[in-house]
Ligand binder design. Structure first.
Ligand SMILES: [Zn+2]
Length: 442
C-alpha cells in the first residue's frame, strides 16, 4: 500500500469530473494535492493514510470560489437599508468614503472577519475587488489559511482630482513579493469612470508583462455606459477591448449586467469570466442576463459582507430562483440554467475562472475540499447530492474546509483564529464605527 498524508471517506463525493457523483467514495491526499479518488473500497485498498477520516453522513466536494468580494467593507453590515441602497450611486456616496476612513487596525479586523466568515461558509478561494489596505488582507489570509486574490483598490480620478498613474501601478508592484501558495496578486480597476486611459494602459502592460490576472467592475449602471459613450464613443467593454485589456488572463468582470450583444460577444470570444453577484445585482442593478445564455464563463460573487452573509450556497439559491424566473418568463424553459452549471460556477470551472488547478477532485489538483453535513433534519432526505447542495444546504452545513490538504475548519471548528476573541474585538469597535458611518451619510 502506498502511504499518503490523508484519506477522507464520504457518503457522497461530488468530483466535478467524470463520474460526477461517487457514492461511498474516498479521496487520497498527499503533499497538498489529490492523489486519487474513487470508491472507498478501492482507494482504501491502495493507499494507507497517515490519517483516515470518515465522513459517512456528508458530501465531499471541491471548495467554493467567491469570484467577487470586498473584504474591507464588512463593517458596514446591516447599515445599508432601503434608503441607502437608493443613494445615487451607493459606491461613491457611501462605500468608497467608508473605505477612506479605515485605519490599519480596522482594515485588518474587517479582513479577518470576512476571511473567517468565508472559510466557515466553505469558500477556499476568493477574489478581492480592490482593498484600500491590501497588506492587512494578506495578513488575514495567512492567518486563516484559505486562498485569496489580493489587489489594491485601484483608481486615479475622483471628481477633479487626478493622481499620477505610475504611483497607482506601483501599489500593485509593491505587493508582488507577498505572492505565495495562499496569496495571489492581480490588478484591478474600480470603475472605468474613475481611471485615466493612461492608467488603463499601464495596468494592461503590468498584467501582460508579469502574468497577472485582472478584475474590474463594469456594466453596473446606465450612467457608466453613457459616460463612456460620451468620452470614448464606445461602451465600457468595447473601450477595454480596443485598449487591449481583454487580452489579460484570467479576467473576471464583476456584475456586467448592462452589456450589449457586441460586448457579450467580446466576453464569449475572448473567454473572459463574469462574477455574477445574485443578491447585490438584483438589489441594485436589476435582472442579470446570464441565465439566458449557455456560452459564458461565470462564477458567483458575494460582493462583500456589507450586503450579504458571504454565503455562496445562499447566493446560488438566489441565482437559481431569479435565473429560472427569467428563463421561464421569457421562453417557458424550466430545465435550462441547470444545477450542474450552477455547481460549476460555484467551483470555478475546473480552475479556468481563476487560472489555478482547483475546483475538480482529480489526481494532481490542489486538495481544496469541503464537506457538508447531511446528518440534519434541515437537510434530509438526500436522493441527489447535487440538488441538495444547490437547493437545500447552506453555509451552516459546512463541516470541514481543507486547503492544500490542511484543515482550515475541522468538524465545524475554525483552526487558525480564535473566533471568540474576534467577536469580542468586534463588540469593542462597533460604537466607533457606527459614529463614523453616521457622519458619512449625515
Ligand atoms: Zn464590487
Amino acid at each position: 500500500m502506498e502511504p499518503v498524508d490523508l484519506v477522507i471517506r464520504a457518503r457522497y463525493v461530488i468530483t466535478m469530473s467524470n463520474p460526477m457523483i461517487i457514492e461511498d467514495g474516498a479521496v487520497a491526499i498527499d503533499n497538498g494535492l489529490i492523489k486519487a479518488v474513487g470508491r472507498a473500497s478501492e482507494v482504501l485498498s491502495r493507499y494507507r493514510g497517515e490519517e483516515v477520516i470518515n465522513r459517512d453522513r456528508h458530501v465531499l466536494m471541491p471548495g467554493l470560489i467567491d469570484a467577487h468580494t470586498h473584504t474591507q467593507q464588512v463593517l458596514l453590515r446591516s447599515f445599508i437599508n432601503d434608503e441607502k441602497l437608493a443613494l445615487p450611486p451607493i459606491w461613491t456616496k457611501l462605500l468608497v468614503p467608508f473605505e477612506d476612513l479605515l485605519t490599519d487596525d480596522l482594515a485588518y479586523l474587517s479582513s479577518l472577519v470576512s476571511v473567517v466568515a468565508m472559510a466557515k461558509n466553505g469558500v477556499t478561494y476568493f477574489i478581492e475587488a480592490g482593498a484600500p489596505k491590501p497588506r492587512e488582507l494578506i495578513r488575514a489570509i495567512n492567518e486563516v489559511g484559505i486562498r485569496g486574490v489580493v489587489t489594491p483598490s485601484t483608481f486615479n480620478v475622483r471628481g477633479n482630482e487626478v493622481v499620477d498613474a505610475g504611483e497607482v501601478v506601483r501599489r500593485v508592484e509593491e505587493l508582488l513579493p507577498e505572492v505565495s501558495d495562499r496569496v495571489r496578486v492581480w490588478c484591478s480597476i474600480r470603475q472605468i469612470m474613475m481611471v485615466t486611459e493612461d492608467l488603463l494602459l499601464r495596468l494592461k502592460d503590468l498584467c501582460l508583462g508579469r502574468g497577472l490576472g485582472i478584475t474590474y467592475h463594469l456594466g453596473e449602471y446606465q450612467g457608466e455606459v453613457d459616460h463612456t459613450l460620451a468620452k470614448y464613443g464606445a461602451r465600457p467593454l468595447e473601450v477595454f477591448d480596443r485598449l487591449g485589456l481583454t487580452l489579460i488572463r484570467p479576467t473576471v468582470i464583476a456584475h456586467a449586467v448592462y452589456l450589449s450583444s457586441r460586448e457579450r460577444a467580446i466576453v464569449r470570444d475572448r473567454g473572459l469570466g463574469i462574477a455574477w453577484c445574485p443578491t447585490v445585482d438584483s438589489l441594485i442593478m436589476g435582472q442579470h442576463w446570464l441565465p439566458m445564455f449557455n456560452d459564458t464563463l461565470f462564477g458567483f460573487g458575494s460582493d462583500g459582507g456589507a450586503f450579504t452573509g458571504l454565503d455562496l450556497l445562499h447566493e446560488v439559491k438566489v441565482a437559481r430562483a431569479v435565473g429560472k424566473a427569467l428563463t421561464v418568463s421569457m421562453t417557458y424553459d424550466k430545465s435550462s440554467f441547470n444545477s450542474i452549471t450552477m455547481l460549476r460556477a460555484l467551483t470555478g470551472w475546473g480552475g479556468l475562472l481563476v487560472g489555478d488547478s482547483v475546483g475538480v477532485i482529480n489526481e494532481g489538483f490542489k486538495a481544496d475540499l469541503i464537506t457538508l453535513r447531511l446528518d440534519d433534519v434541515r437537510a434530509l432526505p438526500i436522493y441527489d447530492p447535487v440538488e441538495s447542495v444547490i437547493s437545500i444546504l447552506n453555509g451552516h452545513s459546512i463541516n470541514d474546509v481543507l486547503v492544500g490538504g490542511g484543515f482550515v475548519v475541522r468538524d465545524g471548528k475554525l483552526i487558525g483564529v480564535d473566533e471568540g476573541e474576534l467577536i469580542e474585538k468586534l463588540y469593542d469597535v462597533i460604537p466607533e464605527i457606527h459614529e463614523k458611518l453616521n457622519n458619512i451619510v449625515r
